[in-house]
Write a protein that binds this ligand. Structure first.
Ligand code: SF4
Ligand code: SF4
Length: 168
């Protein structure tokens, strides 16, 4: 019997697992403009990310296949992040010594633009502080979940996948 993958056993994908599942974009590409990253390694019958992409940058061999992004075709529109029901699409953009990570935000409250938030890694541990750059609220997002873009130290770009809002 094959071993159950870590992401299924524990409920989150590690960076090492992600690197085995997809080729990550180069630093040059990450600096050019925002680029979408699919963190969806399980073969499931699901295709909204492919269907919504305006440039056909999301590639799937069949409806059960895992999505791959053609990073050169991706224009960073964020529609795949908005529509993904599995909260499995992100965007990353390197700007100087910062990274801007676009992610779904399912928890309340939804942060405001300019607000400082606590950065959470893939396990949910606090790893630093970031600043919210943009918010696409529920109703404007193509999916049911708001998405936010958060600026953070560049070294955290591949670890942070959620934020916590703390208001005194
Ligand atoms: S960000 Fe836009 S262009 Fe890029 S893969 Fe997602 S939907 Fe396609
Ligand atoms: S929409 Fe989300 S869950 Fe569905 S295949 Fe695309 S990345 Fe995976």
């Amino acid at each position: 019997m094959s071993e159950i993958p870590h992401y299924l056993r524990e409920g989150f994908i590690t960076l090492e697992e992600l690197k085995k599942a997809i080729e990550l974009p180069s630093e040059e590409r990450l600096r050019k403009r925002p680029v979408a990253i699919p963190e969806c390694p399980q073969e499931i019958p699901c295709t909204p990310c492919k269907e919504i992409c305006p440039t056909n940058a999301v590639l799937m061999e069949n409806p059960n296949a895992t999505p791959i992004v053609d990073y050169e075709k991706c224009i960073g529109c964020s529609l795949c992040v908005q529509i993904c029901p599995g909260l499995a699409f992100f965007m990353i953009h390197y700007v100087g010594d910062k990274a801007r990570v676009t992610m779904p935000h399912e928890l309340l409250p939804v942060p405001k633009v300019g607000e400082e938030v606590i950065l959470l890694n893939r396990v949910g541990e606090e790893v630093g502080r970031g600043k919210v750059i943009t918010v696409v609220p529920r109703g404007k997002s193509k999916g049911d979940t708001p998405i936010i873009t958060v600026e953070m130290p560049i070294e955290l770009a591949w670890d942070v996948r959620a934020v916590k809002v703390v208001r005194e």
